[in-house]
Design a protein around this ligand. Structure first.
Ligand code: SF4
Ligand code: SF4
Length: 710
């Protein structure tokens, strides 16, 4: 829903020899269809949310090929789907945001990787490491290592990405192991072209179903004693088979360069960034021709010892460009060189920082530092270092000239239905005092930032209530857990609610019912009012909670700040032991505005009446204490110079982006602030009654103004 791909998905129909042009994520979808997948699924999360959106928008094209699409309720169910490839020659792909998604999927992944697969199984991971990340900074590499799954990290270039998807399935089948394909933000959105192939139906699919299950085979189960055999197979058969395949199909690449006594070993996904840094240092051109030889690891696990040795042999030093911690690749390269008694120096962490994103500036500095240590023939390392320093010298000066810039933390959208709940919590805390608040993943986590600053822990998606389980019994006041409806269905229902009820727990749970998994781009979920097929899925949070045995349950419209405050105080003060759930109901404003804007545009086109509500602040009444801003945080509520020459405090002001949600007025009322807020209706294509009312009002106001002036 966040972004429609209805037009772009037509490119999924392209056939042999056609030129595909578009974004990386669409290229992946096309490559899946060219690979003959029988099933796809996943759970949304940046930067691969769009892959699921593309698949949903392209569902008709996929059903023509008999491909089954599952929009899973979490990553564990997506990973378990790959179980279809254990016993059947079915190719399948699932997607989610790594590493948090992989954490959720880990149980199924271990149990998939142990028996291995006969149909190609691929996990497409959105790795938004660094500045684009909204999650903990960890690497998928650890999962690849521990479970013996191969990790592809293709160079962000459409033909390479497509080839890695297609070859990834072959690799999975040749080695009987699942394959992970990691896509960074830039790879998902890089644009380019490639020569398309015809789409292929799977060996078996919805159009050509399997006749029945295979003969029972205990070895296909991840259960002792065969898991001991699986462990041996992973090391003795699957790993060498994977390495043979990677070598034979040249999945890794060498970019030649004339400075043959040094080299760079780079994770495929960082290749473009490295080439750009080299170009800035005059060591490459803009078309990717490099003076330094580069070994591009489109497969970062497993490493091929012979390829590493061949690349390093005869070089005085190589630089490993490996983002994140620990330095798995650097360690592996060192081990292989020491085993072969090759004395090439391996540098990586050192010229580069141990942690953090390898931005263009970090790469520039790191490569210059490497050259300063390696001192290769044919390049003036000091001049390169000087060039890098000169390129970055203006930055501290620019920062000093600008002074301290005001921080711009992310915030709720204008009119967000979740913001009023936090205004109510702040107001309620004035009376009941502070208590432990366990927060969750989702838009509502913005409440941890100013102006609310609410929240003591975030333990994962749907985990807020569970994370309060140890706090409640040790605290005088009930803890409050906050969870979104997306988090509720993802994990919170079982991990939080069922566990709390099972343990006869206490505490307050606020469920933000906004109707979508909003933070990942407005996808439908079990309690949405619609689904990808149009009809509502028919699952209801309130009924689900009652069926589990929740007794204390209130549903409150989020914008009713006073009622939300009163309900919260009641929940906190109730003598009744047990879980108290408040369903904070209000549709995601982003989704609402998109719908309303389209409806209004249609009405205006037909000359129909359209009313837009706006709020405003009366300059004469505003006291300038800005409590309304501190209690709401709406980006449409700001300050402007005081028009009264005798008053210096700036007054509050509502700007054009106001969507008329009414929160500021509600807050002013609930907090007993100044009565400076007014509500106005902007009517387009007014009818006769609107015009008559307007005339009467003008006359009354004119008469009152005349009396005031007299
Ligand atoms: S996407 Fe929806 S729920 Fe999220 S901050 Fe915006 S309005 Fe609020
Ligand atoms: S009514 Fe107030 S809180 Fe709502 S969008 Fe407008 S300024 Fe923001």
């Amino acid at each position: 829903m966040e972004r429609s791909f209805k037009k772009e998905v037509q490119a999924l129909k392209l056939g042999d020899g056609d030129t595909f042009r578009g974004e990386g994520i669409l290229a992946v979808a096309k490559a899946l269809l060219q690979s003959g997948v029988s099933y796809v699924g996943g759970y949304q999360g940046a930067p691969v949310s769009h892959l699921l959106d593309v698949m949903v928008d392209g569902e008709d094209i996929m059903s023509e090929l008999g491909v089954h699409l599952e929009t899973c309720t979490n990553e564990a169910s997506a990973a378990a789907m790959l179980g279809a490839s254990i016993s059947y020659p079915l190719r399948g792909a699932v997607t989610w945001k790594s590493v948090v998604g992989t954490n959720v999927a880990a149980d199924a992944l271990s149990n998939l990787a142990s028996p291995g697969v006969i149909g190609g199984a691929m996990i497409i991971l959105g790795e938004d490491y660094g500045e684009g990340a909204s999650i903990i900074q960890e690497r998928s590499y650890a999962y690849a290592l521990k479970s013996s799954m191969w990790l592809l990290d293709p160079r962000p270039d459409l033909p390479t990405i497509v080839r890695c998807v297609e070859k990834g399935f072959e690799l999975s089948e040749a080695s009987h192991a699942p394959v992970m394909l990691e896509l960074r933000i830039r790879a998902c959105h890089v644009t380019g072209e490639f020569t398309a192939k015809d789409n292929k139906p799977g060996v078996y699919s919805g159009l050509n179903r399997l006749a029945g299950p295979p003969r029972f085979e205990y070895g296909r189960l991840s259960h002792p004693p065969v898991t001991f055999t699986h462990e041996r197979l992973k090391v003795e058969e699957r790993l060498p088979a994977a390495q043979d395949f990677i070598r034979a199909h040249k999945l890794n690449e060498i970019i030649p360069g004339e400075l043959s006594d040094i080299g760079i070993i780079v994770m495929g996904g960082l290749t473009n960034s490295v080439l750009r840094a080299l170009a800035r240092l005059d060591l490459a051109d803009l078309y990717g021709v490099s003076r330094i030889p580069i070994y591009v690891l489109n497969v970062v696990y497993p490493i091929l010892p012979d390829e590493v040795r061949d690349f390093c042999l005869g070089k005085r030093a190589v630089l490993v460009v490996e983002e994140g911690h620990p330095d798995y690749i650097e360690q592996a390269v060192n081990v292989e060189l020491r085993r072969a008694d090759i004395q090439t120096r391996v540098l990586g962490k050192g010229p580069f920082p141990q942690a953090g994103e390898y931005t263009s500036d970090v790469l520039l500095t790191g490569i210059a530092a490497f050259l300063a240590q390696a001192r290769p023939d044919g390049v003036d390392a000091d001049a390169v270092g000087e060039r890098a320093r000169a390129m970055l010298a203006h930055k501290p000066k620019a920062a000093a000239a600008l002074g301290d810039l005001p921080p711009r933390p992310p915030a709720f959208c204008t009119g967000c239905p979740e913001r009023p709940v936090f205004s109510a919590i702040k107001l309620a805390q004035r009376e009941i005092g502070p208590t432990h608040i366990s927060t969750d993943i989702g838009c509502h986590s913005f409440a941890t930032l100013p102006p609310f600053g609410l929240g003591n822990s975030i333990l994962g998606y749907g985990m807020s209530l569970a994370s309060a389980a140890g706090v409640g019994p040790n605290m005088k006041k009930r803890p409050i857990a906050i969870m979104g409806d997306g988090g509720f269905w993802h994990n919170g229902l079982i991990s939080g609610v069922a566990s709390n009820l099972f343990n006869k727990g206490d505490g307050v749970l606020i469920i933000m019912q906004n109707g979508y998994t909003s933070a990942t781009g407005l996808q439908y979920m079990p309690s949405s009012k619609a689904s990808r097929s149009g009809a509502p899925p028919g699952m209801d949070i309130e009924k689900t909670l009652r069926s589990l045995g929740v007794k204390w349950l209130r549903t409150v419209r989020t914008y009713s700040v006073a009622k939300m405050m009163a309900t919260l105080k009641e929940a906190m003060r109730s003598a009744e032991h047990g879980l108290k759930v408040i369903i904070a109901d209000g549709e995601c404003q982003l989704a609402r505005q998109r719908r309303v804007r389209a409806e209004d545009a249609e009405k205006l086109k037909r000359g129909k009446r359209v009313v837009r509500t706006r709020y405003g602040v009366d300059d004469e009444i505003c006291t300038g204490d800005h409590s309304c801003i501190r209690l709401s945080g709406c980006p449409s509520l700001t300050v402007k110079p005081n028009p009264d020459p005798l008053r210096s405090d700036p007054v509050a002001s509502v700007i054009e982006s106001c969507v008329g949600c009414g929160l500021c007025g509600e807050v002013a009322h609930a907090a007993v602030l100044c009565p400076s807020f007014y509500r106005a209706e902007i009517i387009r294509n007014p009818n006769a009654w609107d015009r008559a009312r307007y005339r009467v009002r003008r006359r009354v106001i004119g008469w009152l103004e005349g009396r005031a002036a007299a």
